[in-house]
Design a protein around this ligand. Structure first.
Ligand code: P6P
Length: 345
């Protein structure tokens, strides 16, 4: 009987969070409620994405966000769903979202007492949606700095990434997965549509220390810094003894590229370019959460010269050069950056 029960035993996300609540000193269930509400919004977004082509919710809405990027119907829907669910949790006093120029304050009395704030990219890679390429939601949770009972303030959202209490993503791909860390390892949950639950499928993700995959938009090669060019050339060199040439894999959807490299080993790079001197990816709701996850899985994340999680943000939508993935691959890329800066004097 035990063998049969063991085969059908599932651990849902809610069960897992409660079991691990001991990881959260002084937690009286607030964090559990907050993460539960994120998972509820994720299920609804997943349902919307799965029927997008049938429900006339693909395409754009004729507006651009603070990034100057065309907003898509599903960007708007996902943003509203996550913001509403976070408000309903009453554990979060405010949200910073890629889709909103300013922070979103939750004014009701219970939310003002909330001790957490959330930074998020509600639907990263959404330009890929119409072609059915996988996309993702990225989220990052901090304890607020401002006093409970008052409105959230900008400083609550400009904390260094190493202050995160939780980071995670949902990848809406061949299966829908929620991957998160609270600083005690990385755990993956796969959505079982038949029961509507995220079920534990990756009980402790450790990323390989090295790998054979490099992910970068090589169309920007000519405008990369010298060190990055030299590293990409190194990835392409014939060297069987060191597993090179590596394989180029680039989906153009951060969560998808990162998730593959997390599991298989590899490096993702979005360096600075002539047209994007600070890089493209945003520090507080893309690079910081992904960097926290990478480090918790034994990987590394930097600008090429600085550890991402030690950078003090200066603005909500600040962009930053980014490389993340297997420890030894990122370290090698940093060495090329270091060598180039020494040679340039
Ligand atoms: P490019 C999607 O727009 C995104 O923000 C990330 O998901 C992705 O890694 C990157 O931009 C792709 O940018 O310039 O290569 O198309």
């Amino acid at each position: 009987m035990n063998a049969i029960l063991k085969k059908y035993k599932v651990t849902t996300l809610s069960e897992f969070i409660i079991e691990r609540q001991a990881d959260f000193p002084y937690a009286t269930g607030e964090f559990t409620r907050l993460l539960h509400h994120i998972s509820v919004a994720a299920k609804i977004v997943n349902r919307s994405i799965n029927k997008a082509g049938l429900a006339d919710i693909l395409g754009t809405i004729g507006t651009v966000n603070v990034q100057g990027e065309e907003q898509r119907k599903l960007d708007y829907i996902a943003n509203e769903l996550f913001i509403n669910s976070l408000k309903n949790s009453t554990e979060c006093c405010g949200v910073a979202s890629e889709e909103n120029d300013e922070i979103v304050n939750f004014e009701d009395e219970m939310s003002r007492e909330g001790k957490y704030i959330v930074c998020m990219d509600p639907l990263d890679g959404s330009a890929n949606l119409d072609s059915n390429v996988s996309v993702g939601t990225i989220f990052s949770i901090y304890r607020r700095i401002s006093p409970r009972g008052e409105k959230a303030v900008l400083e609550d959202f400009l904390q260094e990434g190493q202050k995160q209490v939780c980071a995670g993503y949902i990848i809406y791909g061949s299966s829908t997965m929620l991957v998160y860390t609270t600083g005690k390892g990385v755990y993956g949950f796969t959505l079982d549509p038949s029961i509507g639950e995220f079920c534990l499928s990756h009980n402790g993700i450790e990323t390989p220390k090295s790998g054979k995959i490099y992910s970068v938009n090589e169309g920007n090669y000519k405008s990369f810094p010298t060190g990055i060019k030299r590293y990409i050339d190194y990835c392409k060199e014939e060297s069987p003894a060191t597993n090179r040439p590596y394989s180029a894999r680039y989906i153009g959807s951060l969560v998808s590229d990162f998730h593959r490299n997390l599991l298989y080993g590899g490096i993702f790079l979005y360096p600075q370019t002539h047209s994007k001197p600070e890089g493209k990816l945003r520090l507080i709701y893309e690079c910081n959460p992904i960097a926290f996850l990478a480090e918790q899985a034994g990987g590394k994340a930097s600008t090429g010269t600085k550890r991402i999680l030690e950078i003090k943000p200066t603005s909500l939508h600040q962009r930053i050069p980014f490389m993340v993935g297997s420890y030894r691959l990122v370290k090698k890329a940093e060495e090329f950056m270091q060598e180039a800066s020494v040679n340039q004097g």
